[in-house]
Ligand binder design. Structure first.
Ligand SMILES: [Zn+2]
Length: 212
């Protein structure tokens, strides 16, 4: 039987399930599967710092997206400015409570929770402190990252606007750009962050028997 430590030296290709032994890479190097050529892991010494910078910027632009006007709709001289949070009020006014709560969770709470949990994980690993919190937050992240539906909301918003274009004048607000920026930054974070490396760093700092 292999111990956990020895198992850490192996990695499975996510596409074809071939088992590979990990080898040390040079900075910027990438390891590909020998069978199907799928990307398996890379070495990026600046992953932590880069991800931290991206997450902080994403948090700022998400806060901007929540604060200001997202679109202004003008129909026959009647104009209404909507912010992300006022959309929630509109849903409640029309007694769409379940949709309202879902909207609040999927497009406001989860994206915010995801980014702030990422920030604390990266920050705590950076300062090499609060191992227990790192572990809890990494587990939390694995659950909530699928529930962040900001991208779906953005696409629905675009579809709704295209439908309104015929009979309404629509102006984009600051929040619209901030939302777009947040989505791009989130994509960059997801591409840059490597959870295996984060777990490995956690193990290196706190040791395997420190997991309670
Ligand atoms: Zn493969």
């Amino acid at each position: 039987m292999l111990t956990d430590k020895e198992l850490d030296n192996f990695i499975i290709c996510k596409k074809c399930n071939t088992l590979h032994k990990k080898i040390p890479l040079h900075q910027g190097g990438k390891a590909l599967c020998s069978k199907c050529n799928t990307f398996i892991y890379k070495r990026d010494n600046n992953m932590l710092e880069k991800s931290l910078a991206l997450v902080v910027t994403a948090l700022i632009s998400l806060s901007v997206a929540f604060t200001f006007t997202i679109i202004t709709i003008n129909i026959n001289g009647l104009s209404k400015s909507l912010s992300l949070l006022s959309l929630f009020d509109v849903l409640l006014e029309h007694h769409q409570y379940i949709v309202g709560i879902m909207f609040l969770f999927l497009t406001v709470l989860f994206p915010f929770m995801m980014l702030s949990s990422m920030f604390f994980v990266l920050f705590f690993i950076k300062i090499e402190k609060y191992g227990y919190a790192i572990k809890r937050l990494l587990i939390l992240l694995s659950h909530i990252q699928h529930w962040n539906m900001l991208d779906i909301f953005f696409i629905s918003l675009l579809v709704a606007m295209v439908k309104l274009f015929d009979y309404a004048k629509i102006e984009f607000g600051v929040s619209f750009l901030a939302l777009l920026l947040t989505l791009i930054l989130e994509l960059m974070v997801t591409k840059n962050i490597n959870f295996d490396t984060l777990w490995q760093k956690y193990n290196n700092i706190y040791g395997e028997d420190n997991d309670r």
